[in-house]
Ligand binder design. Structure first.
Ligand code: EPU
Length: 419
């Protein structure tokens, strides 16, 4: 079975360049289908989720290729079907963005309910609420979401989201850009990738205003053209390297980042006694011998990201004192605690709260990455532990981290992928 073997105890040092954002890419790739011409997305990471989405688009009739020095080239001409069956979409949660895109393009969509990380219930009622507000009929039949418009297609409308949802905000934006009239999304998600997508759509000729605030106004246009647009740096990957530097008492320059997107993580690291120095598009992180225990509560952006609490828990496992991590976004995102306990961590989980009593040292052990971010936590724990940690479930990690082993080795870590 493939595994990552990590021998801990070496402080990371040097510099690491952060790749493009996974969650921005998986929204912008389907968005390219809304245009009548070719788009080129720059800085798209080479990760499994992107490959899978590329294959889904190819099977729907679009042409997707990577061109050296240019980026991911997506030609939507040839894209003709409104059906995305389970065999295609099951591996990728973000395939639900095809609902918004297909509805906008064809007034009809049939997309199987997707897979993705098992981190608790992940309903899509808010996406559906949005499509219905725009005039679509939506039913769920045999695991497939079927949506269609009657008459002249989607019509702009106000949509109030009952929960702040990144996915619903993006999907409604995708549906609304070609709708007739004005859509206003209230209580919208403000994550950086929502803004990245809005900027891409606007570069294609869309009229999206207010992305990054909780009210997004989308004035529908008749058609969109292809465009060349960059994907923002991945803030979760950046946070992972920042925390890894802190956890190993290292000194790492994390480059190609937007420090503003990392504010909540930097603030918590500083509270824990870690030095975080911002300089332009990089941050330098200098870890202390042992971090102080701090409490974390996950919240929608600009709060502390739910995708970063796992690596932070790995850091807190060795902190001086007791820390509390509250997860407010998902109902089951502490599955990794059992794995950290195998390495000597002292963690109690009570519902959506993990209480971590810092220990002097963690010990290497065989552990399993039960999902993507849990996998990152295993790697960070392994880097700071004594001895060898074998991390199984590598496929989860490869979904979202580009060249993780090479980047860690470049920082002096002893890590290898055993196939
Ligand atoms: N929710 C609903 N109804 C909906 C949609 C969401 O109740 O219709 C709830 C969810 O159950 C959850 C909360 O709203 O409790 C937030 O979910 P959201 O829709 O924001 O999450 P998502 O779009 O499914 C994206 C990322 C996740 C990241 C979350 C939160 C992608 C492909 N996924 O998921 O990323 O954790 O936003 O920031 O963009 C990851 O990268 O490992 C990952 C899981």
């Amino acid at each position: 079975m493939a595994r990552l073997t990590v021998t801990g105890g070496r402080p990371l040092s040097g510099s690491v360049r952060i790749s493009g954002s996974k969650n921005a890419s998986v929204a912008m790739i389907p968005a390219a289908l809304l245009a009548s011409g070719v788009s080129v997305l720059e800085n798209v990471p080479e990760i499994v989720d992107v490959d899978v989405f590329g294959r889904i688009l190819s099977q729907l009739g679009a042409r997707v290729s990577r061109e050296e020095g240019r980026g991911l080239v997506i030609d939507p001409n040839g894209f003709k079907t409104w059906e995305a069956p389970y065999e295609l979409v099951k591996k990728l949660r973000a395939s639900y963005y095809l609902l918004g895109v297909l509805l906008a393009r064809f007034g009809r969509a049939e997309v199987a309910l997707p897979g993705g990380c098992n981190i608790g219930l992940r309903p899509i009622d808010q996406h559906i609420k949005g499509f219905r507000a725009l005039g679509a009929e939506v039913v769920l039949e045999h695991g497939v979401v079927k949506a269609w418009t009657k008459g002249k297609g989607l019509k702009g409308a106000p949509v109030y989201l009952d929960v702040v949802s990144v996915g619903a905000t993006i999907n409604i934006m995708l549906a609304a850009v070609l709708a007739d009239g004005l859509t206003v999304i209230e209580n919208a998600a403000k994550e950086p990738h929502v803004v990245n997508l809005a900027n891409y759509l606007n570069s294609m000729g869309a009229k999206v205003q207010g992305a990054g605030t909780d009210v997004i106004r989308i004035k529908g246009v008749k058609r969109l053209t292809g465009s060349q647009h960059p994907v923002i740096p991945d803030e979760v990957e950046a946070a992972t390297f920042m925390v890894a530097a802190a956890a190993t008492g290292g000194d790492v320059l994390v480059t190609n980042v937007i420090p503003k997107h990392l504010d909540s993580v930097s603030a918590k690291l500083r509270e824990a006694g870690v030095e975080v120095i911002e300089n332009g598009d990089s941050v330098r992180v200098v870890g202390p011998g042992r971090p102080r225990a701090v409490n974390v509560k996950t919240l929608p952006y600009p709060g502390f990201p739910t995708d970063c609490q796992q690596v932070f828990a790995a850091l807190m496992a060795r902190a001086d004192g007791i820390s509390m991590i509250q997860e407010t976004i998902y109902d089951n995102r502490f599955g990794y605690a059992n794995e950290l306990i195998r390495m000597g961590a002292s963690i109690k989980v009570d519902g959506r709260t993990a209480i971590i009593e810092g220990v002097d040292r963690l010990f290497g052990a065989p552990v399993t990455a039960i999902d993507l971010r849990a996998g990152a936590a295993m790697v960070v724990a392994g880097l700071s532990a004594q001895g060898k940690t074998d991390v199984y479930g590598v496929d989860h990690i490869e979904r979202g981290y580009e060249r993780l082993v090479d980047k860690l080795v470049g920082l002096g870590a002893e890590v290898s992928l055993v196939k």
